[in-house]
Design a protein around this ligand. Structure first.
Ligand code: MN
Ligand code: MN
Length: 305
């Protein structure tokens, strides 16, 4: 038996991929368990409710387990105990970190598409496996989430083509679903600001400099921007906790396709200003047309380091 697992601070793609890949492996006659290593966000909660599906089981440690990783391939993004786990496969669409070393050859499938769910659709097609309405709905939701309804520069023609096929299978209107998902994602009621910064947070190590980027994708940036003083107070604390040299937090406006990057000290400010060729105003660097951490924000920072 092996476990299928997505990344820390799971997003819709990480959760959905685990659920649908479980179905895929079961069709292949494998014994598998779908798991997660973090709390479900409000967008994913909405998607699972619509599909009437329970979230994968929460697991605290991956040590001594056989795991198949979806939607990530670096230890920083993986669950506790990953160093002591046996990784038996990877299905992903992120850059390679080079973390994974194995004793035996493993299944390793990475493509530069906008979403892991896109690759899962292709796996089903390859094997001629039927995709039920519910799975199609889940995969479609993941594509809309990861690509910000095809607006992120990570989107490929394949993501769009497959999303449209999925929408037909599950008889779902893409625009209406995306609108509801983004509204659910933007609901920050009951979430404290510290958790909001860490809800979608990734750590990087480049040229011996470690940094973290928190991202909050929303259709309603104002209520978050209004908490600026609190955010600026918390960022140095999180930086200390996470033992990183630099910390950034971006509020991404999904509708207007632009971001606000919080810079907390002189170091972050100089990196951000050089990386994006923009001036800081009131501790914020305004980034027009920038929405993707993977393709725009992280590379902009790495370029300067
Ligand atoms: Mn993800
Ligand atoms: Mn993804």
């Amino acid at each position: 038996m092996f476990y299928i697992c997505g990344h820390k601070n799971p997003d819709t793609d990480s959760i959905v991929s685990v659920i649908v890949m479980k179905d895929y492996f079961q069709k292949l006659g494998e014994k598998v368990k779908a798991i997660r290593i973090g709390k479900i966000n409000k967008e994913t909660e909405f998607v699972l409710q619509q599909a009437k599906i329970k979230p994968p089981a929460m697991v605290k440690s991956l040590a001594k387990k056989q795991v198949f990783l979806v939607d990530h391939n670096e230890f920083e993004q993986a669950g506790n105990g990953i160093e002591k786990a046996e990784i038996i496969g990877v299905l992903d669409h992120h850059r390679l970190s080079g973390d994974i070393k194995t004793a035996f050859p493993i299944y390793f499938h990475v493509e530069p598409v906008g979403c892991t769910a896109t690759l899962i659709f292709k796996l089903f097609q390859e094997k001629n496996f039927a995709l039920n309405k519910n799975s199609a709905f889940l995969l479609l939701s993941a594509i809309l989430s990861d690509t910000l309804k095809f607006n992120s520069p990570t989107t490929t023609k394949e993501d769009i083509k497959i999303a449209k096929k999925l929408a037909e299978i599950c008889k779902t209107n893409i625009n209406k679903l995306a609108e509801k998902m983004f509204k659910a994602k933007s609901d920050i009621s009951g979430i404290n600001i510290g958790d909001l910064i860490l809800m979608d947070f990734k750590k990087y190590d480049e040229k011996n400099i470690s940094f973290g980027i928190g991202v909050c994708e929303t259709v309603l940036p104002e209520p978050i921007l209004e908490k600026k003083q609190e955010i600026l107070k918390l960022l140095p604390q999180i930086k200390k906790q996470k033992k990183i040299d630099l910390i950034f937090f971006a509020v991404v406006d999904i509708i207007k396709q632009q971001s606000y990057l919080f810079v907390v000290s002189e170091k972050e400010r100089s990196v951000a200003e050089k990386g994006f060729n923009k001036k800081t105003k009131d501790d914020l660097v305004f980034l027009p047309k920038i929405v993707s951490r993977k393709k725009q924000i992280a590379p902009g920072i790495i370029k300067v380091l």
